[in-house]
Write a protein that binds this ligand. Structure first.
Ligand code: SAH
Length: 245
């Protein structure tokens, strides 16, 4: 009858919203990527759950939509937010091929928010989010977006900074940002395993960021020209005190 696309938050545990929990409780069937199903299985031991491997996104959405068409209330889970590099859009697209069903999108805390809170307050002013994965986006377009963000002096939040098949994407992105005029001493930071076991964060500068060991469980933050380190944290002033002075 219905597919609810549920964002679990970065860690799924304490970051799960009340609305997301409710949606999972109400579902007849929960579908998701193996690692995310593992995160919630303990909390919902009685639920029917189906997990699918990485890169099986279209199959997973078809399975969810088909189960809904056959009369089930299905929850499709994503890490972080369900719409930000999540499955919500694909569920709508796939559903076009089937008889009409209800679709509800339940938001979650995205890695940008979760990671920003760990680092301090880097996103207090305008920011842009760019994924460095070129699986679905040509690298030329990623490069253009990085250059535009640099030109606009946005704080940048980078998702998918690296994977086994593209270990050097962050290094390439840093070179582009420096070439586009960002200062080598720009304050940067990254957070691994936000909200999960082994959460770790590092503060650095743009000049050194490219050499840092990031992986697909890391979110990277590149400051604007106003971002600074205060009390050991990455902070972008909104401008309140500067206005008074
Ligand atoms: N829908 C997710 C994003 C999926 S894209 C969200 O809203 O957060 C996958 C990328 O998100 C990862 O490569 C990483 O950059 C980031 N990410 C997701 N969960 C994370 C976590 N717990 N810790 C650090 N980064 C995370």
């Amino acid at each position: 009858m219905k597919v609810t696309v549920v964002g679990l938050g970065p860690g799924a545990g304490r970051d799960l919203t009340g609305r997301a929990r409710e949606a999972l409780e109400q579902a007849d069937l929960i579908i998701g990527y193996t690692a995310y199903i593992a995160l919630i299985r303990e909390a919902f031991p009685e639920k029917e759950m189906r997990s699918t491997g990485m890169r099986r996104e279209v199959d997973r959405c078809r399975e969810a939509v088909e189960a809904a068409v056959s009369g089930k209330d299905v929850a499709m889970v994503c890490s972080g937010d369900s719409g930000i590099y999540g499955m919500a859009g694909l569920v709508y697209e796939v559903a076009q091929e089937y008889p009409p069903i209800d679709i509800e999108v339940v938001p979650g805390i995205t890695a940008a928010c979760g990671g920003a809170a760990v680092l301090g307050a880097p996103l207090t002013h305008d920011f842009a989010v760019v994924s460095l994965s070129d699986l679905l986006t040509p690298w030329d377009l990623i490069e253009k977006r990085l250059r535009c963000a640099a030109e606009g002096d946005f704080v940048l939040c980078l998702y998918n900074p690296a994977s086994h098949s593209r270990p050097d994407h962050l290094k390439r992105a840093c070179a582009i940002l420096l070439d586009a005029g960002k200062a080598p001493e720009t304050v940067c930071g990254y957070v691994r395993n936000i909200g999960r076991e082994g959460e770790a964060s590092v503060l650095t500068t743009l000049e050194k960021l490219g050499e840092e060991p990031v992986d697909m469980f890391t979110t990277v933050f590149v400051g604007s020209s106003r971002t600074k380190v205060l009390s050991g944290k990455m902070v972008t002033p909104r401008g309140y005190l500067q206005r008074e002075g």
